[in-house]
Design a protein around this ligand. Structure first.
Ligand SMILES: Nc1nc2c(ncn2[C@@H]2O[C@H](COP(=O)(O)OP(=O)(O)O)[C@@H](O)[C@H]2O)c(=O)[nH]1
Ligand SMILES: [Mg+2]
Length: 282
């Protein structure tokens, strides 16, 4: 970890990029922290932080680096030294995206942030669309940047990857009876209060299952989840860390949870029926 959090002070920066700005700032939402997990993102980390700083100048950034062998952590330290709104969480080694986010959430809560953003380092999640997520958070407990709602899009993905994402989301929707089009996506805005209301222990730590797990817990806790369309573009620099085991873990866990929930519901129904029969003197 590097520099401490400073009070809000810096002014807007013109990125020259298209903006999702809804006008005005987000002071009403409180202190905002964008958490960016990194593993071998040396070619991306500087650009992504500059874009976030330009898009939402009041947002702080936490780079959660898993001791990347390519020196991402050192570059992040240099960025943090030059900007008191950038901080770095150095972790010991590669433990998966979810573990990095959980550590980032804890850091954000300990440092008094009210809004915690999830954003990839590779540019797939356009920082220029962050204002759209923040605006939607005014009426939500969790906002999902969604590729698969009307207006959402994906560019530069092979058909196989699109099929996997659409298929995985379809299966998740059916298995968990989740009213979400993109439960596996990783561009999100949480209120800190939302995360405090759910049990973060035992959340799956790898890729997509982490995202599904959190959205599922928020919905089961009766909170409001809103999806806003985003334009997702595949990375141009560096390599994806997505692997077969991450996909398999996600499909397996969604299946187990879906079966468990159905058994629970069936059990509750049996109890209700037995009670009704007793009342009627059967
Ligand atoms: N700290 C940390 N970050 C990770 C890990 N795995 C992936 N990431 C980061 O998570 C984000 C998404 O990963 P990416 O490889 O682009 O996955 P994809 O977009 O699903 O292909 C990127 O910013 C990665 O650097 C990990 O084990 N630890
Ligand atoms: Mg990516």
């Amino acid at each position: 970890m590097t520099d401490p959090i400073s009070p809000d002070s810096s002014g807007p920066v013109d990125s020259g990029l298209p903006s999702g700005s809804t006008g005005g700032g987000f002071a009403d939402l409180g202190k905002i922290l964008t958490i960016i997990p990194t593993y071998n993102e040396a070619g991306n980390v500087e650009l992504i932080t500059a874009r976030v700083r330009a898009a939402v100048p009041e947002a702080h950034i936490l780079i959660a680096d898993d001791n990347s062998p390519d020196g991402t952590g050192t570059i992040a330290d240099t960025l943090a030294a030059a900007d008191d709104r950038i901080n770095v969480l150095h972790r010991l080694g590669k433990e998966g995206l979810g573990a990095a986010y959980l550590a980032g959430f804890t850091w954000g809560m300990e440092n008094g942030f009210d809004v915690l953003i999830e954003m990839d380092a590779d540019g797939s999640h356009a920082p220029e669309q962050l204002p759209l997520l923040l605006d939607a958070l005014r009426n939500a407990d969790l906002v999902l940047g969604s590729r698969w709602v009307p207006g959402g899009s994906v560019t530069n993905w092979p058909k196989s990857r699109e099929f996997l994402s659409r298929g995985g989301n379809w299966y998740t929707r059916k298995a968990l009876v989740l009213p979400l089009m993109d439960a596996t996506g990783g561009y999100r805005a949480y209120r800190t209060t939302t995360l405090k209301k759910i049990d973060l222990d035992g959340v799956g730590s790898a890729g997509y299952i982490f995202q599904v797990d959190l959205a599922y817990r928020v919905i089961q806790a009766g909170m409001r989840v809103v999806e806003v369309p985003i334009s997702f573009s595949e990375r141009e620099i560096g390599d994806s860390k997505m692997s077969q085991s991450i996909v398999t873990e996600a499909l397996w866990k969604v299946t187990v949870w879906g079966v468990r929930e159905r058994m629970r519901k069936a059990g509750r129904q049996r109890i209700r029926t037995a009670k009704a029969k007793r009342k009627q003197g059967w």
